[in-house]
Write a protein that binds this ligand. Structure first.
Ligand SMILES: NC(=O)c1ccc[n+]([C@@H]2O[C@H](COP(=O)([O-])OP(=O)(O)OC[C@H]3O[C@@H](n4cnc5c(N)ncnc54)[C@H](OP(=O)(O)O)[C@@H]3O)[C@@H](O)[C@H]2O)c1
Length: 246
């Protein structure tokens, strides 16, 4: 039986690499993002895939995109991956509410819009998996990334709560927390990115974890350990370490 997945933010980076990896593993795919030409190019290289142009911040558009993709591929999704995301620095001393709000609209509301469009059918069928690409940045408040790291923390806790609620219905939920991955998002970073990982490798790790039904997929391992240790540092010590890096 062929499995079907929908991935948001599949026009570039992690979303595109994950689509390519799942394609190699025999999945049928729906690729969703705003840049139609990139989606069309990507779909042309995949065995069985469809492209749907859509802005994840628009709930009606996401629901419509899911229905159109289901019709195109011939059935509902076994896997939905909320990957679409944006990130840029935000500064508390020169705060821009519009810029910070946009990070939440894409990363958090975008995920919720996909969740609302696919999960009822998974519950009905008593099967399926919903995954969100959060980040290791969600484990603690990172200075100059208040909006980004809090949006990823919101994703993590939303997914964790949903995982517990959906388990009795046979629907799995996976939190994906990558460290630094080579994509357009990190290309603009001017600081040293420890354990920077290539995107095709990240896609393999994510696909392996999803196919195994893991609750949490977190990598690279040294970054995962470091951020989890940071999470348990006393607040005063965390502040003292981070203030030197800001
Ligand atoms: N790279 C990293 O180091 C890293 C680490 C941890 C987590 N992440 C997370 O991984 C995810 C993918 O990021 P990436 O690194 O692969 O960056 P990327 O290459 O910039 O990809 C972002 C994707 O999101 C889509 N997108 C953005 N806004 C959208 C919107 N309003 N509606 C629909 N799609 C939208 C973009 O497509 P369009 O512009 O065509 O719409 C693009 O396909 C993000 O959630 C990010 O936070 C990345």
């Amino acid at each position: 039986m062929t499995l079907r997945a929908i991935i948001t933010g599949a026009s570039s980076g992690i979303g595109l690499a994950l689509a390519q990896e799942l394609d190699r593993r025999g999945w049928e795919l729906a690729l969703l993002a705003r840049r139609t030409e990139l989606l069309t190019e990507a779909v042309a290289t995949l065995k069985r895939a469809t492209a749907v142009t859509c802005d994840v911040t628009n709930a009606v558009a996401v629901a419509d995109a899911v229905r159109r993709a289901e019709t195109e591929l011939g059935g509902p999704f076994d896997l939905a991956v909320a990957n679409a995301g944006i990130g840029y620095p935000t500064h508390a001393s020169k705060f821009n509410a519009e810029a910070a709000g946009e990070i939440f609209r894409v990363n958090v509301i975008g995920m919720i819009n996909l969740f609302s469009a696919v999960v009822p059918s998974m519950i009905e069928r008593r099967s399926g998996r919903f995954a969100g690409i959060a980040s290791l940045a969600g484990h603690r408040g990172l200075p100059t990334a208040s909006a980004y790291s809090s949006s990823k923390a919101a994703m993590q806790t939303f997914l964790e709560a949903s995982r517990i609620e959906l388990a009795p219905y046979g629907v799995g939920v996976t939190i994906v927390n990558p460290g630094f991955i080579v994509t357009a998002m990190t290309a603009k970073n001017r600081f040293r990115m420890p354990f920077l990982m290539k995107v095709d490798r990240a896609a393999r790790v994510i696909a392996d974890g999803l196919e195994r039904g893991k609750r949490v997929i977190e990598f690279p391992r040294p970054m995962s350990i470091a951020t989890r240790l940071m999470r348990h540092l006393p607040d005063a010590l965390y502040d003292a370490i981070m203030v030197k890096r800001t």
